[in-house]
Design a protein around this ligand. Structure first.
Ligand SMILES: Cc1cc2nc3c(=O)[nH]c(=O)nc-3n(C[C@H](O)[C@H](O)[C@H](O)COP(=O)(O)OP(=O)(O)OC[C@H]3O[C@@H](n4cnc5c(N)ncnc54)[C@H](O)[C@@H]3O)c2cc1C
Length: 556
């Protein structure tokens, strides 16, 4: 057999693989966000985790888990139904890495100890999630759902008592056994049905009491879910119609004696991206579920879980944006065109710097939001309530266009599967779709300012402190207030309103904490209220050298 290449030294001017990069110590904006938002104590732990998840070995696990997506096995060799999903070993290793870091549980450890939440715990955990998504995003779905489910399980202390210790375990247990026999468990969520995902009130799945009605009681659940991700989770929080209305249930996959709990996996979705993660269509045939919270209070009960997953969508998208930018910068630093490195070509520098501004903004917004959830203090409630949908909307919607531009920075190599960029590109849209799509986030914002108008004033007060010395921000605040008055009667302005609120929030954070080159270029280009078609347009006067030096520091 002849070697494809005639000699090794014929390969030159190709960028080396983007591996063995510490995803924490190479990311200045992330490190600053972690310190600023109250998790400085986690610095060493995050540095170690950043090295692990950015290592060539971990990134290879991500590749393998996506090259060999999960397979549904409906029957065993004898023809009995098993409804089993088989994952590649690499997926389990990814799960073990994120579980050992506590991404599924670290913020809840005080529940076992009976103490108050640790300050900064959620910010530290989100920094881990931001990096884990860059290693491989699909496995983050069950990690996120397990973490978020505890928020809803607090509505059912009797059920939570038996589960929390197993959820808090940091040793991943993929075994197929009843919950009582497992050392660690993961949780999923079933809301979306064929006829409606956003409109969960249209759910037709029914719940009938088995031995009496009320919190903690068993109900027989019959119906279906159109999307149920991580279907090998040990239990799911599902919505179903009980006599008292739409209610939330904890539905274990197996019964206590190890049989399938009336749980039939119909098929797995063939998805655009997120392929390491299984998303199933499922039917329930008198599956036994325990009522979480009160009958008829299903939405308020599960919304606590949904809200935390929305935060994770923003954090994960910010991480994926950083990964896309870092790969583009890496390539531009190692690739020469017309005797000059790409990064030194003024037009390329402009494109990269412009993308870096959005990565800075996404990171600042996501971690400011994470702080608002840390400890769940009352003073942060207005920020949590209003800025969760605003941040999810803007960060998750900005990520796909940024990933596209970053891919183009790699030229043809960006478009080819073995370089890894196509997987990143296919992954990014999902965060905007699930857990409340764009319009739904906008409508949520409108609901908040209608029902609790003071939240907008409270959030804007933070922006106005900076606006008092920054005329561009001042103008944006005036516009936001004007839009807020109109948008109550005209939904059509909702996206403009939400975008400007996100951009003003980000601009205020950057003006307070980022170097002048970053905040000045962001303020100059993002607050005009006009649609920018492409990256690199409009930043001709920005200090691209300083912006890029910051985005590049510690990248090899
Ligand atoms: C990969 C993947 C995994 C998933 N995993 C899960 C899971 O584990 N559990 C689960 O329960 N669900 C899951 N989902 C479902 C997901 O949450 C829903 O797809 C999502 O909530 C949207 O619901 P829908 O698909 O029914 O779309 P629809 O609700 O029909 O919405 C379609 C579009 O209409 C817009 N829209 C809705 N209402 C309005 C309105 N009033 N005004 C204007 N526009 C509106 C939406 O923003 C959206 O863009 C998953 C989805 C995907 C893609």
């Amino acid at each position: 057999m002849t070697d494809r290449r005639l000699s090794d030294d014929q390969t030159f001017n190709q960028s080396p693989p983007f591996v063995d990069v510490n995803l924490f110590t190479s990311d200045t904006a992330l490190q600053e966000a972690v310190r600023r938002e109250g998790a400085a104590q986690a610095y060493e732990n995050l540095s170690a985790f950043g090295g692990l998840v950015g290592s060539a070995a971990s990134l290879e696990l991500g590749r393998l888990a996506n090259e060999h997506p999960p397979q549904l096995e409906s029957f065993d060799p004898r023809g009995d139904r098993i409804d089993h999903v088989e994952f590649h070993p690499a997926y389990h290793q990814l799960m073990a890495i994120s579980t050992a870091q506590g991404l599924h549980c670290s913020t809840w450890e005080h529940l076992l100890a009976g103490t108050r939440p640790k300050p900064g715990a959620l910010v530290a955990r989100c920094a881990g999630s931001y990096m884990a998504a860059q290693m491989e995003a699909g496995h983050c779905c069950p990690i996120t759902m397990t973490h978020a489910a505890i928020a809803s399980l607090r509505h059912a202390p009797s059920i939570a008592r038996d589960l929390v210790a197993k959820i808090l375990s940091r040793s991943y247990d993929p075994g197929i056994a009843p919950i009582g026999e497992k050392s660690a468990i993961t949780l999923g969520m079933g809301m979306t049905e064929r006829q409606g995902g956003t409109d969960v009130r249209a759910n037709t799945t029914r719940a009938e009491p088995i031995d009496g009605r009320g919190p903690g009681r068993a109900y027989a659940i019959t119906g279906h879910k159109w999307f149920l991700s991580a279907p090998m989770s040990d239990a799911f929080l599902v919505l179903a119609q009980a006599e008292g209305g739409l209610s939330c249930f904890l539905l274990p996959r197996l019964t206590t004696d190890g049989a399938l709990n009336g749980f039939r996996l119909q098929r797995l979705k063939d998805k655009l991206g997120n392929r390491s993660n299984a998303s199933a269509e499922v039917e329930f045939d008198r599956a036994e579920g325990l009522l979480v919270g009160e009958e008829g209070r299903g939405i308020p009960t599960i919304i606590d879980m949904v809200t935390l997953t929305r935060l994770d969508c923003a954090v994960s998208s910010a991480g994926l944006m950083r990964q896309a930018l870092a790969r583009a910068i890496h390539h531009a630093r190692h690739r020469s065109v017309f005797q000059r490195r790409l990064i030194d070509q003024p037009l390329m520098a402009q494109v990269l710097a412009d993308m870096a501004l959005d990565v800075e903004a996404a990171t600042a917004l996501a971690f400011r939001l994470a702080r608002a959830f840390d400890g769940e203090g009352e003073s942060e409630a207005p920020y949590r309530r209003l800025m969760t949908p605003v941040t999810k909307y803007w960060v998750c919607k900005t990520a796909p266009s940024l990933a596209y531009e970053a891919m183009e920075c790699l030229g043809g190599n960006g478009y080819v599967e073995d370089g890894g960029f196509p997987r990143l590109y296919r992954e990014v849209p999902v965060n905007a779709i699930w857990e409340g799509s764009g319009n739904v986030m906008c409508l949520d914002v409108l609901r908040v300012i209608e029902r609790e108008p003071e939240t907008l004033d409270k959030v804007l007060a933070e922006v106005e402190t900076i606006a008092s010395v920054e005329p561009r921000l001042k103008k944006a605040v005036i516009k936001i207030k004007e839009l807020a008055r109109g948008v109550r009667h005209d939904q059509g302005a909702a996206r403009t309103f939400v975008e400007l609120l996100a951009l003003a929030g980000a601009a205020a954070l950057l003006a307070s904490y980022a170097p002048n080159a970053v905040s000045d270029a962001f303020l100059a280009t993002r607050l005009q209220g006009s649609w920018r078609n492409t990256y690199g347009a409009g930043v001709a006067h920005a200090d691209t050298n300083d912006i890029l030096a910051r985005a590049t520091s510690h990248l090899v």
